[in-house]
Structure formats: C-alpha cells, structure tokens
Design a protein around this ligand. Structure first.
Ligand code: C2E
Ligand code: MG
Ligand code: MG
Length: 466
C-alpha cells in the first residue's frame, strides 16, 4: 500500500493501515471465492461452459422481446451411459470437448451452448440463425475423432420456439424440453418440435398422478375380479384381480389410463403393493366363505426390484402361510423378457415361496421361445390378440396351437384370455387348451357380486347345491 502523507506515519497510523489492508485483502479473497462458487454453480466442470442453472437464470432474465426472437435446439447424445461405462475419464473428457467443438462449428451464430445434463446440450439461437432444414436433418449424426479413434455419436434433436412461451420460467422451459426429448426417444423420431400439446399432456399426466396417489391413500383404488374357468365344464378355477380407480363421483377410471402413467412416475410400486394387500384380503374372505380359489394380481418388473414391495410380500408369506398357495402374480411377457437374466431368479424366488407366476399377454413379447424350456413361470396366458386372430386366419390358429403344445410339453398350465364367443371356446378346446378367461364367461366384477356369482355356479339347475 502506498500512502501519500505530509507528516511521517505514526505507529497508530501504521496499525490502522494494516487493518485496512487486511480488509481489502479479505475482500479480494471473497471475490475469488464468489467467482469460484459461481463457477461451480453455473458452469459445467468438464467443459467449462454454462450448465443448466446458468441457462435457467439466463432464460429468466431474457427480455420478452428477445425471447420472441429466440429458439432453442436440444441435442441428446444417445446411449451416453454406455459410453461412460466403456471408456476412461480422459477419453470421455476429450470426446465431450470434440463434441462441443462440433456444436460450435455447426451453430456458428449461437448465443449460448450449455450442457444441461450429462448427455444433453442446449443451443440458444436467434430464430433467423436456425440451420436450414437440410442442415437440421444432419444433426442426428456426429463423427467425433477422439485420441485417434473415430466415434459415431447419435443424437436425438428437439426444437423449441420461445416466442410461443414468453411467460414460462426458464426452469419450466428446460423441463418441457426434457419431456420433448423423451417423447422423441419413445417415438424414435430424428427431430421433434415442441408442441404446446406436450405441455398440456404433461400437466394432465401430473394431475392424474396426484389424483391416483390420493385415490390410493383414500381407499378409492379398488379391485374387480374376473373368473378364470375350465373350458370343458365352465367351473371356476381361479380369479384375476384387476385394479379400478373410483372417482369421487362414483365413475371408474380403467387401468389402461392410469397404469402407464403410474409406471412412468414410479407410483406403480405403491399401487401394486396396495393391490397385493387387497388381493390377500379377498383370498381371506374367500377362504372364510368356504370358496378357496387362487387369485392373481398384476405386477410390473419394477415391483420385483422394489425392496419395500418384495419385503412386504416376504412378510406376508411368513405371517400368513395359508395365503401363499392361493396367491399368483401376473407379469407381462415383454416385461419378463426385457431383462430376462435379471428377472428370472426374482420370479423363481417367488415360485420357491409357493407363489404361482403367470406370464401375461404371452405371444406378444416375441422373444420367449429361446427361453421356453426354462421360464420361471407356472402358467402361460395366451394374449387376446391371438384368440381373436385364431378365428380369422390359419396363422393365428397356428400360434395358439404352438403355445398350447409348447406349454404342455414344458409343464406350464396354459390359459387363453379375452374369450368372447362360444366358437372361440370350441376352437381352443379342440386345440387342447384347458383354461380360459373372458367376457363370454364373466366380466370383471366387484367382490360382493363375485360371491353371488360363485354361489350360483355351485348350484345345480334346480337350485340345489352341487
Ligand atoms: P391384463 O392383465 O391382460 O388384463 C386383461 C384385461 O382384458 C382386463 O382389462 C380385462 O377386463 C380385459 N378383458 C378380459 N376379458 C375380456 C374380453 O373377453 N374382451 C375384452 N375386450 N377384454 C377383456 P383391464 O381391467 O382394463 O386391465 C387392463 C390391463 O391393465 C391389464 O391387462 C393389466 O396389464 C393392467 N392392470 C390391471 N390391473 C393392474 C394392477 O393392479 N397392476 C398393474 N401393474 N397392472 C394392472
Ligand atoms: Mg393380467
Ligand atoms: Mg393379459
């Protein structure tokens, strides 16, 4: 510190100046620390470019007039998680740097390039600088030279015009972009343009999810029961429990509407756990009524990975062993086959506990044949589409015939679902199918109606009990 003074400095002045210098020094240190914090909070550590938080803040502060002239392009590198696992961190850093450089080359007039998730980059542009449709069409493929290795990176691309969204917060905009990219992945689209309908369907899904959560908590998630019968004499040999969501006004929302949303949101484990408890209650009531029957309920593969769900099932088997033999789970063939090596021991574990396992919608998953000799299942349930096709053409009949023969050969019980006509019953019986389920026999019904139905079934034609 240089001090200009007419008088010599006293010790008192020198002390004061020292305190003053310390403060200035602390001030500078704080600026460095703040800069570092802001760097950590707002910049991607690998590429030193703006991150998601930076972009959110930037979009929030963008004046409406500028937003109106802006578009954002999002590029999501496909199979990025696999890439991360298969290369070392230096290679990955180098790949990301090259990829970023390619983006700079392809979007020369960009205002910002931000990395908003590990695999996703967002480029903010003025509308007039948007690449031509021909150039946009090339954005799905990148050749990236990394450490003398040429990698072909595939990306899904989404486009959002900010002019239609001037009042939406930056956070919400990026969330909408995430959903748009998800949509493009689901539909295998090369390029997707954000459509306001996406937002309303997201909101609708969100409301549905909250409503479903409340319905479970408030006991408005109920079960209907559909009989499974022997085809030769129509005797009931089991039941399937099917979830129904009763709205406050009494009308039912079918599972086709809420199960996919529950699966997407992770609420499915809570839903299926609730269904499991209701199924157990139904089994107990049937035992008490002197009409013991196996009751199946539907699960998804994520239930098998959910520790809470599996612990609850374990506990139930320990506490009520008399229930286990009547309990059956149904899991679709496509879910079973998605990660067969992982799912198989989990299903086998259930079978070892005495719980039956039915492979639902069998025939639609396409990939079971190679595993048919060793499926961890007790039952194959032929999908309704084949039961329908059976009447129409020979190939439909051939598939049903094949499943029945294979099922018998490898000791699975085989049931056909969605039977609606006596002709289907006849055809299935002729092919050797022993069991069936469908509207021809009975529609799903509430428990009290089921008890009456079962009582009627056990009466002779003259009304006497048989
Ligand atoms: P799913 O397990 O294959 O159940 C059969 C579906 O076909 C049921 O529809 C049933 O009502 C319907 N069905 C039965 N017989 C006939 C027939 O003869 N004709 C026609 N047109 N349909 C028939 P639902 O109850 O709407 O269930 C649809 C799907 O929702 C189920 O297919 C199952 O995959 C899923 N689901 C139902 N309840 C649950 C649940 O508690 N948890 C899970 N994870 N999924 C469930
Ligand atoms: Mg089912
Ligand atoms: Mg089915």
């Amino acid at each position: 510190m240089v001090v200009e003074s007419e008088k010599p400095l006293t010790q008192y002045h020198i002390n004061l100046l020292q305190v003053f210098s310390e403060n200035v020094n602390n001030g500078f240190n704080n600026i460095v620390l703040c800069n570092r914090l802001s760097e950590l909070a707002y910049f991607d550590p690998q590429l030193n470019i703006p991150n998601r938080a930076w972009l959110v803040r930037f979009l929030d502060n963008l004046p409406t007039s500028e937003r109106c002239q802006s578009v954002i392009v999002a590029l999501n590198i496909k199979d990025f998680a696999e890439l991360v696992l298969s290369v070392d961190s230096d290679f990955l850093s180098s790949f990301l740097q090259q990829f970023h450089r390619k983006l700079q080359q392809r979007f020369k007039a960009q205002r910002v390039i931000a990395r908003v998730t590990d695999s996703c980059f967002i480029i903010l542009l003025n509308s007039e600088d948007l690449p031509t449709p021909q150039a946009m069409a090339k954005l799905n493929h990148f050749k990236v030279m990394t450490n003398n290795v040429q990698l072909h990176a595939e990306a899904s691309v989404a486009l959002m015009n900010l002019c239609e969204l001037t009042t939406v917060s930056g956070r919400e905009l990026l969330h909408m972009m995430d959903s748009t990219l998800l949509q493009s992945q689901r539909e295998h689209l090369a390029l997707i343009q954000y459509n306001p309908q996406f937002r309303s369907s997201i909101l609708e899904r969100h409301q549905l999810m909250q409503g479903l959560n409340n319905a479970i908590d408030q006991g408005r998630l109920l079960l209907m029961f559909q009989p499974k019968v022997r085809l030769d004499d129509g005797r009931v040999m089991g039941l399937e429990a099917l979830a129904r969501w009763r709205e406050a006004d009494g009308h039912y929302i079918p599972p086709g509407k809420f199960v996919p949303v529950a699966e997407m949101s992770g609420l499915i484990n809570k839903l299926d756990l609730h269904v499991m408890h209701l199924t157990v209650t139904a089994i107990k009531r049937l035992l008490d009524a002197g009409m013991p029957l196996p009751v199946s309920f539907n699960v998804t593969s994520s239930d098998l990975d959910d520790l809470f769900f599996m612990d609850s099932l374990d506990q139930l088997c320990r506490e009520s062993p008399q229930i286990t033999q009547w309990l059956e789970i149904e899991i679709t063939e496509s879910q079973t086959m998605q990660d067969y090596q992982h799912v198989r021991p989990l299903l086998q574990n259930l079978i070892d506990k005495g719980i039956s396992v039915s492979i639902d919608d069998f025939g639609t998953g396409y990939s079971s044949l190679q595993h048919i000799t060793e499926l961890s299942a007790t039952e194959l349930k032929i999908d309704k589409t084949f039961v329908d096709a059976m009447e129409r053409d020979k190939s439909g009949e051939a598939i049903v015939d094949m499943v029945i023969k294979l099922g018998k050969r490898f000791n699975y019980s085989v049931i056909a679902e969605g039977i609606e006509t006596p002709a289907q019953v006849q055809q299935l019986s002729a092919l050797g199918c022993e069991f069936g389920q469908g509207f021809w026999f009975a529609k799903p019904m509430e428990f009290d109606d089921l008890l009456n139905y079962l009582k009627d079934k056990t009466k002779g034609t003259d009304g006497s009990a048989i």
